[in-house]
Design a protein around this ligand. Structure first.
Ligand code: NDP
Length: 479
């Protein structure tokens, strides 16, 4: 059984309970994890609280060195960790490896920033006085992580937290705890002082809830569904905890008549079907200008036909299974809703057939046309391999329809016209706009949403700010 990591030690749940982790491709048990509860979460929070003062006082350079050593420890197990991630999450093993490498790149990025955190000196009107602005770590942070990118989305929280001098309790999604448990253990093996980085597994409504409610936790970094995010705001927000919320999205992609069609086709296909469509920044609505609509759709269907569905451990697989049975049922319900309202299935729209698919939660990549605006695939987040395509008159109609959404996470526009690109970048209501580019997160760039996609930013130097308090100090110099 995998173990949690609390106060510098591997730990089972205090209750002794465990639960099985299921492989979404085969239905088999991958391993088991401790079923932690409030008491385990409290033990981890207490450990993080006890460790905080010394960690905040540790020099930035030493903090960075320990993060870098941790990176080395994880690198040594990269192949095994990649296979484990595929077995518990479902994605192709190459994508698992890229996810862990992305995590390491992000950790390295924040290790580099640790020693660049600085405040300022402020001259005041009375020249016998001056001000200083100090940047100090916030305190104990709760990092609540979903199952779709369990490792990178842990890193976007743990990296800036440790660099800033905060201590952390990680709460992974219940269905993807195993790779996280091993990685936290490896990061600790590099010499982090006990209590600086802890991980507790168990139900979100119990372990996560304790992180939201416990007054010793001063900051919550949450990635997950918008509905859960609303709950996080109501509970943790009422305690004035610092919050960042990375929530759902329904990213639009707009293709104009002068866009590079071949590159856009790849971006639409990868952007929608990567991780079996289970990405917050996936292309979830595709708007194509009418003069090139037929040509684009025909070529898109050709690309989609080449996507191989299968177990993520097989080299040929491009699309693994959906992560859970419930996730597949949700996708099927959304497609049925669209079809009932008049949508046409251009490809897919069903489970793949064959013995190898019987035990997993597979679904064929699907493209829908003629989808009305009131269909669930337009109004809600579609977290699976389903791409609705829409014909629009021009860029302006594309922008208007792109903005007709409760979400505002990512978006993209394809055009060679700089004026159009700039107009789109300014007018689209989203935290991120990609021009002539795949929707992809960079460690160097701030990432986050507006509207129901949340608030606050992860990635980039901007993320560090959410782990730092700004303190104003006014000093009167002696006569
Ligand atoms: P959930 O909101 O269901 O869960 C996210 C995390 O919250 C899990 O660790 C879960 O634990 C925990 N949790 C559940 N209930 C509570 C609670 N009451 N208090 C505290 N924590 C709780 O999301 P999913 O795991 O289904 O993730 C998919 C969602 O994440 C999608 O909507 C996706 O768009 C979004 N996402 C957003 C990103 C962004 O950057 N904007 C990036 C990636 C994903 P448990 O698993 O035990 O229930």
């Amino acid at each position: 059984m995998a173990k949690m990591f609390i106060a510098g030690e591997l730990a089972g749940a205090l209750s002794g309970q465990t639960y099985d982790v299921i492989n979404p491709a085969t239905g088999e048990t991958v391993g088991s994890a401790p079923k932690g509860n409030e008491s385990d979460a409290r033990a981890a929070i207490d450990a993080a609280d006890a460790a905080f003062a010394a960690w905040a006082d540790t020099s930035a350079e030493s903090r960075a060195q320990l993060i870098l050593k941790g990176i080395d420890a994880v690198k040594k197990e990269l192949p095994e960790l990649s296979v484990l991630l595929t077995r518990e999450q479902g994605k192709p093993v190459g994508d698992s490896q890229r996810e862990i490498e992305h995590f390491l790149h992000g950790m390295n990025f924040y290790a580099g920033l640790a020693s660049k955190i600085r405040g300022s000196y402020v001259p005041l009107p009375d020249n016998k006085m001056y001000g200083m602005v100090l940047k100090q770590p916030v305190g104990v942070c709760g990092a609540i992580v979903p199952w779709n990118f369990p490792i990178t989305l842990m890193g976007t929280k743990v990296g800036p937290a440790l660099a800033a001098g905060c201590t952390v309790v990680v709460k992974p999604a219940s269905s993807t705890p195993l790779t996280t448990l091993r990685i936290v253990e490896l990061l600790n093996s590099a010499g982090l002082p006990k209590g600086v980085l802890n991980v507790v597994t168990g139900p979100g409504g119990v372990v996560g809830e304790e992180l939201l409610q416990n007054p010793k936790v001063r900051r919550i970094a949450f990635t997950g569904e918008s509905k859960t995010g609303q709950h996080v705001v109501s509970v943790a927000g009422s305690q004035m905890k610092r919050l960042t919320l990375e929530l759902g999205g329904s990213d639009p992609m707009i293709f104009c008549e002068d866009g590079d069609m071949d590159k856009a086709l790849t971006a639409a296909s990868v952007g929608r079907f990567y991780n079996c469509g289970q990405a917050c920044l996936a292309v979830k609505r595709l708007y194509i200008v009418e003069s090139v609509y037929d040509q684009f759709v025909e070529k898109l269907l050709g690309k989609v036909a080449k996507l191989t569905v299968g177990n993520g451990l097989e080299k040929t697989t491009r699309l693994g299974p959906l992560h859970t049975k419930a996730q597949r049922e949700e996708i099927e319900a959304q497609i049925e809703d669209a079809v009932t309202r008049g949508a046409r299935v251009l490809t897919g729209g069903k489970r793949p057939e064959g013995a190898q698919f019987e035990k997993g939660f597979f679904y064929s990549p699907t493209v829908l046309a003629d989808v009305p605006e009131d269909a669930r695939v337009v109004k809600e987040e579609t977290f699976g391999p389903v791409l609705p395509v829409f014909k629009v008159k021009d860029l302006d109609e594309g922008i208007a329809r792109a903005n007709n959404s409760m979400y505002g996470l990512g978006s993209s526009v394809w055009t060679k016209d700089l004026g159009k690109a700039r107009r789109a970048a300014e007018k689209i209501e989203a935290g991120n706009v990609w021009i002539n580019s795949l929707h992809i997160g960079y460690d160097e760039m701030p990432f986050g949403g507006v509207k129901y996609s949340g608030f606050g930013r992860e990635h980039g130097p901007e993320a560090l700010e959410y782990y730092l308090e700004t303190k104003g100090v006014v000093i009167a110099t002696p006569e």
